[in-house]
Ligand binder design. Structure first.
Ligand SMILES: [Zn+2]
Length: 246
C-alpha cells in the first residue's frame, strides 16, 4: 500500500489541494478534477475558502464549473458561499451538486451548530444526485454511490477513467500508515448504514482512494490496514471480502 500526502497531481486529471483547515496543513484536502470541465470535490471551510480561491486560481482552475459535495458537514461545504461569491465577481457561476438527502441539511444553517466554529450559512440552489448517476466532465465520467453512515446524505464519487474514488469521510481517517479510525461522528453517526456503505464500496472497481480528512489526505491503494481497524472498532461488523495483506 502506498499513500500520497503532498499537494499536487495524483493522476492525469486529479490534483490534491491541501486546503489547510484551521491553518493546519497536511490534514485536509479537496480535490480538483480536470476534464473538459473542472470539478471540485468538496469545498472546505468558510475560513479556508479565500486561500482555496487563490490556490485554484494559481492552477488556472477558478472558478470550477462544478462542486460536488460529499456530505453536508461544515468542513466540506461551508466554503461554498464564498467560492460562489468569488465566482460571481468574475461574472461566473458554480453549479453545486449533492445527494438529495443532503440538500435539506445543506439548506439548514443550524445543521452544523453542534460543531464549534460557526456561524454557518444556508447553502441553497443545489442540484440533487443519486446512486448510479453519472456526471460528465468531458472525457471523464463521475459515478455516484450513496454511502451514508458517517453522515446522512453522504456520497462517494468514482472517476471511472482513472479508477479513483473520492470517499469524503465515509470510511474514516487514516491518521498514519498503520492506523485507520472509523468515522464516528455522534451527531450524525449511523453504524448500520456505515457497514452497508463499507460493503458497498468493497464492490466498487477502484484502484485508488481519496480521503478528505486525516493526517494524510491521500490517494491510496486499499490494503490490509484499511480493513482491520473497522473490524475491531465496529460492533457486529462483518465484511464480504476477506482482509488482504499488503
Ligand atoms: Zn464529515
Amino acid at each position: 500500500m502506498s499513500a500520497i500526502r503532498q499537494p499536487g497531481k495524483i493522476n492525469e486529471n486529479t490534483t490534491l489541494v491541501d486546503n489547510g483547515m484551521e491553518d493546519v496543513h497536511g490534514m485536509t484536502a479537496v480535490f480538483l478534477i480536470q476534464g473538459d470541465r473542472k470539478c471540485l470535490i468538496d469545498a472546505g471551510t468558510r475560513t479556508a475558502a479565500p486561500r482555496l480561491v487563490k490556490m485554484l486560481s494559481e492552477l488556472d482552475a477558478f472558478p470550477p464549473a462544478l462542486i460536488v459535495v460529499t456530505h453536508p458537514h461544515w468542513d466540506h461545504a461551508q466554503g461554498i458561499p464564498l467560492l460562489r461569491q468569488a465566482a460571481s465577481r468574475q461574472g461566473k457561476q458554480i453549479e453545486v451538486l449533492a445527494s438529495g438527502a443532503a440538500i435539506p441539511l445543506l439548506a439548514d444553517a443550524a445543521f452544523n451548530d453542534v460543531f464549534s466554529g460557526g456561524p454557518y450559512e444556508s447553502i441553497q440552489a443545489v442540484t440533487p444526485v443519486k446512486e448510479g448517476d453519472t456526471i460528465d466532465l468531458g472525457g471523464i465520467a463521475l459515478r455516484i454511490y450513496e454511502v451514508p453512515g458517517h453522515c446522512r446524505g453522504h456520497i462517494a464519487i468514482l472517476d471511472e477513467k482513472n479508477s479513483n474514488i473520492f470517499v469524503g469521510d465515509a470510511l474514516g481517517d487514516k491518521v498514519s500508515d498503520d492506523i485507520f479510525l472509523p468515522p464516528f461522528m455522534p451527531s450524525t453517526w449511523g453504524p448500520d448504514a456505515f457497514l452497508c456503505s463499507v460493503n458497498k464500496l468493497r464492490q466498487v472497481p477502484y484502484e485508488t482512494l481519496c480521503l478528505a480528512i486525516s493526517a494524510t489526505s491521500t490517494g491510496v491503494k486499499p490494503g490490509a490496514s484499511w480493513t482491520k481497524p473497522w473490524k475491531r472498532a465496529t460492533p457486529g461488523g462483518s465484511f464480504t471480502r476477506g482482509t488482504q495483506t499488503g
